[in-house]
Structure formats: C-alpha cells, structure tokens
Ligand binder design. Structure first.
Ligand code: DI6
Ligand code: FE
Length: 429
C-alpha cells in the first residue's frame, strides 16, 4: 500500500490513535501563510519530531532530508494550508435555543427575546444545570464537527455561567476539550456577557463581582487566556466595559470585545484605547472607529453566521476595513442564540456571499489573520521552519474552492502538532 493510500485510509469519524506524521510530505501545492498570492508549487514539508523541519520546493530540499530514512507521503498535487483557526466561539454551553428560533421566525426580534428574559439568560439556566460531563459531551460533538473541517486551533469563551462556579465549569470544560482532542484551545473569560437574573437592576454590582472576584479567581486557577465583554445596548455600557478591561489589565490579560453588532455605543473606541487584540461583529462600525483600530493594531473579526442567522441587514463596512488595511478574521461565533453553526468552511462561503469578501481574504481570515486576532501569530496561521506542524491537506483544484462549496468537506488529511489528527471519511477525493 502506498503512503498516499495510507492517508486516504485514515477513514472513520472518530478520534484516531495518536500516530506520528513525521516524514516528507511531497508533491503538494502549499499556501504557507494561508495567502493564495504566496504559494509554493512542487512543495514539500518535512515533519520531524512534530515540528516543521523544512518547507519549500522539492528541488531545493537539503540533501540531509532526501538522504534520511524518512517516510514519504505523496500529497498527489493537493493543496496544503495551515491548520484553520476559529478565533471566536461560545462552543461550551448547555441545551439549545431551537424554541427561540421558532419565536423569531414568528416575528420576535433577538433584542425583544433577550429583554423578555429569553436569549442568553435561558442558556445560562441550562448551563448552570448541566454537570461538567454533560457539558463536555454536548460541546465535544460540536468540536468534532469543527475539527473534521481542518480546525486545529480554537478560542472558546465562557459567559453562560455568570456566577463563579459555572464560569469555572465552562472554562474547565474548554481546557478539558483541549486535552482530549487534537486541537489547541485558547480560553476567553466573558463574565460580562449578560446580566444574570439575580442581579436584575444591579448591573454595576455585577460588574464589581466580575472584576473583583470572578476574574482574579479564575485567572489564579490558570483558566483565562484573554478577557471579552459584550458592550452593547442589551449588554454592558462603555463605562462598565472599561471597568472589566482595567481589571484585566491589572492581571496582564489581553482584551477583546463584542463591539458594534446591534448598535454603535462607542465600544470599538473603548477597545482600541486598551489595545484590544480584536473587535468582533462590527456591523455598526464607522470610519472614526476604523482609524482608531489602525492605530491600535486591532484586528476586525467578522461573524457572518450571526449576521445570517439573526437576518441582519446592515453589513460590516468592508471597504473601510480594506482602505485602512485592517487585518480581517472570520469565525463561526458558534453559539446557541445567534450562530448555531459548527462549520468554519461555511463561514468562508458566507463571508464571500454575504459580505463580498474575496475567497483569498476569506482564507486569510481563518489562518494568518485569525492567529493575529488571538495574539498568537508567532505560533499559528503560518507554516515555517521550527513551528509545530499544524496543516491540512485539501482535495481541491484551487484554494477558492474552500470558500466555494457549502456542505462538501474537501479535507483530505489533518496534521496537528505533528500527529495525524481527526480526519473525516475519505475514500474517494
Ligand atoms: N454576541 C453574540 O453573537 C453572542 N453573544 C454575543 O455577545 C450571542 C449569544 C447568545 O445569544 O446566546
Ligand atoms: Fe460572540
């Protein structure tokens, strides 16, 4: 059996036993930075001890590798990109909100449902009730769907607990997912996501709890990589959000923000003053905001799944983002209320069809720019010598196909940290 057949045989939708992908991956077309304008034809990646030992055109490969006793994987002229990065998710939560979807289809708006005690708070109830194992199982099947499409790095937010114990439970489940699956998980504390029912009418008191108790405690337990706030009419004010960012700053944690999704109350202005890694959603972003983003080096994260699912009509200002050369990332926003989606490839498609991004911009949005949005461009989103071998082999003729199909998964093989990863059924493509 040739090695090529071997790759294709990595069949079943289940976790593969850990198996090293060390060897020479040759006969590939490679987009090392996820940028279709910078490609390597006749490409070769040498994986050794889990790292990229060499990458380039086969003809240039140093003799030490060609003479070495290394397994050879013939990629069959398929495309290789960096492992995909889903940089904004609320993957861990209890229950679902299909009932609310039906209400919205009958005419209720997302804001009306939220104001009448549904929305985020109904997921908070379900998440508080779920024990850790249940939460893990419910979240794991969503993670599996993402991984099967080539995701090797994911951000997961808390924010459906809104009390110390449940926020802790969510973040612990997120960390456990990272230990149980071939994926790098970065956690974000989103304690300021919504006002819990027991704090009704006392938002400032809740923010004090977030800043003085929840954040320091969960940080001390090593559960937080970054801090996010839902700064919005139906979320927290600019002044309250600022308190959270100050508290994060004291602990040395980077910040990001749910900004300008339903209205513009100055969220991006605040976020850029704190040098936020990213501002996310941005349908109501304006030019002054974009100029501030340029100065602070803040990434724009667009979430077409939420735009689509709540049937938003106001588009994020793509032309402004391009004009000021703001890096644009794309993500699923996977959550039960506004984006119950577990397909990052579908988000590539939607960012093109709904936002008019180019297919090249879309691919950058889930590789290099998504790594920037996480503040992790030094370890993800780029294939280069010395980095962990996180890459995906795609059975496509052109990279544009990654944004073109919806429903077809052209993923042929996934290597994460130099190991064969969760790979979908693959007999034919
Ligand atoms: N914006 C979103 O899109 C999600 N959270 C947020 O702040 C929605 C969360 C939900 O409805 O459950
Ligand atoms: Fe979100």
């Amino acid at each position: 059996m040739s090695q090529d057949q071997h790759i294709q045989q990595m069949a079943t939708r289940q976790i593969q036993p850990i198996r090293s992908a060390d060897g020479i991956w040759h006969n590939a077309r490679i987009a090392p930075a996820g940028n279709p304008a910078r490609i390597i034809t006749d490409g070769t990646i040498v994986v050794r001890d889990g790292l990229i030992a060499w990458i380039g055109s086969e003809a240039d490969m140093p003799a030490e590798f060609s003479h070495a006793e290394l397994v050879r994987y013939d990629v069959g002229n398929r495309w290789i990109t960096p492992g995909l990065i889903d940089c904004h998710t609320h993957l861990v939560y209890g229950g679902n909100r299909a009932d609310e979807f039906a209400m919205r289809l009958a005419g209720a708006s997302y804001e009306e449902i939220a104001r009448s005690g549904g929305g985020i708070v109904s997921t908070v109830r379900a998440t508080r009730l779920a024990d850790e194992d249940t939460l893990f199982q419910q979240s794991a099947r969503r993670l599996e769907a993402l991984l099967a499409e080539g995701v090797t790095t994911i951000e997961i937010k808390s924010g459906y607990g809104l009390d110390l114990a449940t926020e802790r439970k969510m973040l612990q489940v997120a960390r456990r997912l990272g230990r149980s699956y071939p994926v790098t998980v970065y956690t974000t504390f989103l304690g300021a996501h919504a006002l819990p029912p027991e704090y009704q009418g006392r938002a400032d008191d809740y923010i004090k709890l977030v800043c003085e108790e929840m954040l320091p405690a969960l940080h001390a337990e090593g559960l937080i990589d970054a801090v996010d706030v839902f700064c919005e009419n139906i979320g927290f004010s600019v002044a309250q959000s600022e308190q959270v960012f100050i508290a994060a700053g004291k602990l040395g944690l980077p910040v990001k923000m749910h900004a300008d999704q339903l209205s513009n109350i100055g969220a991006t202005q605040l976020a850029t003053r704190f040098k936020a890694l990213s501002v996310d959603h941005l349908e109501h972003l304006n030019e002054v905001d974009v100029i501030a983003m340029r100065k602070s080096g803040t990434v724009a994260v667009l979430l077409p799944g939420a735009y689509y699912f709540i049937r938003e009509t106001k588009q994020p200002p793509l032309e402004l983002l391009r004009r000021y050369r703001i890096p644009i990332a794309i993500s699923t926003d996977s959550n039960p209320g506004t984006s119950p989606s577990t397909s990052l490839l579908l988000m590539l498609n939607m960012s093109c069809t709904l936002f008019r991004m180019t297919t090249a911009e879309a691919l950058m949005g889930v590789t290099a720019n998504a790594a920037l949005a996480l503040g992790k461009a030094d370890c993800h989103g780029l294939l280069e010598i010395g980095r962990a071998a996180d890459f995906v082999v795609w059975s496509v003729e052109s990279l544009a196909e990654l944004a073109y199909w919806s429903g077809l998964n052209p993923c042929n093989a996934i290597v994460r940290a130099g190991q064969f990863s969760f790979t979908p059924h693959r007999e034919r493509n």
